[in-house]
Design a protein around this ligand. Structure first.
Ligand code: KG4
Ligand code: ZN
Length: 342
């Protein structure tokens, strides 16, 4: 079954064709990152307008690369939640309209379910149940994936997502948007003990965490240094920050492994590209004797291939969109976004 998938929830306009949820026939990504970098972050209206301009071209390119026409696809899928609502609406409405014009089923996909499904494309043997650490720009969660469309949230952030913290710290250190990859690079060779930074604990919730204290600590450090005219050890601060993020996330996931006894562990989302996190997860997996699946770097960030992978399983479960299907800025990973009217 070939699914044409569209993704537009943030600043990437993407389209892909995926066969049977597991094989990438094409994967086209048109990034607006250079435009938003001028403003130091994503400007929602510019993102929506960028999707309007790119979505047809990107979809054509995905079909062309796959060697198919629109008539050849069996279903059309699109991210319908969560994300910047103006941005999500463009891809969701385009995908839905295309599906109904072609007389094909429309499959609404939850963006974070898609991030997890990126791993199905890289690892043919991966099947639920497994545990996932989701670390993206908008979400940080520890999730038990019981089945392809059945999720249980075990823990999550009480405030900022990991990616958000990276982007904020990058701004304070003056390296601009998008912050994650730049901080990762800056931290290379830095001393992770250069600056003592806080690692959060949430009382009576061993798998929950918070990044606002860490973010504030870095901001205060940078401002104090500036006021006193001191030079910051930027590599050391970036390394200390990466270390603190990893120390926040990885022990919570290790706790989930202990609590559930699940032996397969997956990482997902843009922050899954972080080299410190990848190393720490690899060490944890060895120590706990679990199989670890790290998505290839090209599938960590936003793309439509992951949406096509998840769409296949949503389709199998009968989760189809109707003509009045809407898009949503927020939706829990556990929610059914198909029938939802808000
Ligand atoms: O999953 P994603 O592409 O978009 C959302 O669904 O939010 O994640 C984007 C986030 C951004 O905050 C970006 O700074 C972060 O992922 N990111 C990284 C790295 N690459 C991207 N964070 C840390 N280290 C990286 N190498
Ligand atoms: Zn994403």
């Amino acid at each position: 079954m070939n699914i044409l998938a569209i993704e537009s929830s943030c600043d990437e306009t993407a389209a892909a064709v995926i066969a049977d949820g597991r094989t990438i026939l094409s994967n086209i990504i048109d990034s607006q990152v250079e435009t938003h970098a001028l403003y130091g972050g994503v400007v929602p209206e510019i993102a929506s307008r960028g999707h309007m301009q790119a979505v047809v071209r990107v979809t054509d390119a995905a079909l062309h690369t796959a060697g198919l026409t629109a008539d050849d696809v069996d279903a059309v899928a699109a991210t319908c939640a969560p994300g910047l609502i103006g941005a999500v609406l463009v891809g969701a409405n385009f995908g839905k309209s295309l599906a109904f014009a072609l007389g094909k089923p429309f499959v609404p996909v939850h963006h974070i379910r898609g991030h997890i499904a990126a791993n199905y494309l890289a690892f043919p043997e991966l099947k639920p149940p497994f545990l996932t650490l989701v670390a993206s720009g908008g979400h940080s969660l520890i999730v038990r994936v019981d089945d392809y469309t059945k999720f249980e949230i075990l823990g999550g952030t009480r405030d900022d997502a990991a990616g958000e913290a990276f982007d904020k710290v990058a701004r304070v250190l003056g390296v601009g948007y998008p912050g994650g990859p730049k901080i990762d690079k800056m931290a290379e060779g830095g001393d992770p003990a250069a600056y003592p930074l806080p690692v959060s604990r949430v009382k009576d919730a061993p798998m929950d965490f918070s990044f606002s204290g860490l973010k504030t600590a870095v901001i205060n450090l940078a401002h104090n240094a500036e006021q006193k005219g001191q030079t910051l050890d930027k590599a050391g601060l970036a390394a200390s920050f990466c270390h603190a993020v990893v120390e926040t996330l990885v022990p919570r996931l290790a706790h989930a492994v202990e609590q559930t006894g699940v032996k397969d562990v997956v990482c997902a989302g843009g922050v899954a590209a972080n080299s410190w996190l990848r190393r720490a997860l690899t060490d944890m997996a060895k120590q706990k004797q679990v199989r670890l699946y790290l998505p290839p770097l090209a599938l960590c960030g936003d793309n439509a291939a992951m949406i096509g992978a998840q769409a296949y399983y949503e389709y199998q479960a009968g989760h189809l969109g109707h003509t009045a299907q809407n898009a949503f800025a927020t939706a829990e990973i556990t929610e059914d976004i198909c029938g939802k009217i808000r």
